[in-house]
Design a protein around this ligand. Structure first.
Ligand SMILES: [Zn+2]
Length: 111
């Protein structure tokens, strides 16, 4: 969780932001540009508070972890699709077996 101070240009457009470990660090560092408590915001990656140097914990510890979780998500999605695909194949095979058995039964009744 991070405390964020948005940096704006003369037109009031956000052009950058600083991450802080706490609102008090934001107040101390930002001084007269402090704009009030922005709220506690999740950030994707670990960062360092620019006021005190404490860790600002991100959702992911690193870019590698971010991509590892993303890759794991894709792998699980692919596995689900493969299971659905194999399930569909099994249903088709069972239906064909039943159709073949039905045709054999009909042939045996005719003959
Ligand atoms: Zn701090």
């Amino acid at each position: 969780m991070a405390h964020i101070h948005i940096i704006e240009n003369e037109q009031g457009d956000a052009i950058d932001c600083n991450y802080f470990c706490s609102d008090s660090c934001n107040r101390t560092h930002s001084k007269e540009t402090y704009q009030g408590w922005y709220g506690c915001v999740e950030v994707e990656f670990d960062d360092v508070c620019i006021n005190c140097g404490n860790l600002v914990k991100g959702v992911y510890a690193s870019v590698d972890e971010y991509y590892r979780e993303k890759e794991e998500g894709w792998r699980m999605k692919k596995l689900k699709l493969e299971l659905l695909d194999s399930g569909a194949k099994a249903i088709i095979i069972i239906a064909l077996v039943w159709l073949f058995a039905f045709v054999l039964l009909m042939l045996s009744l005719v003959i």
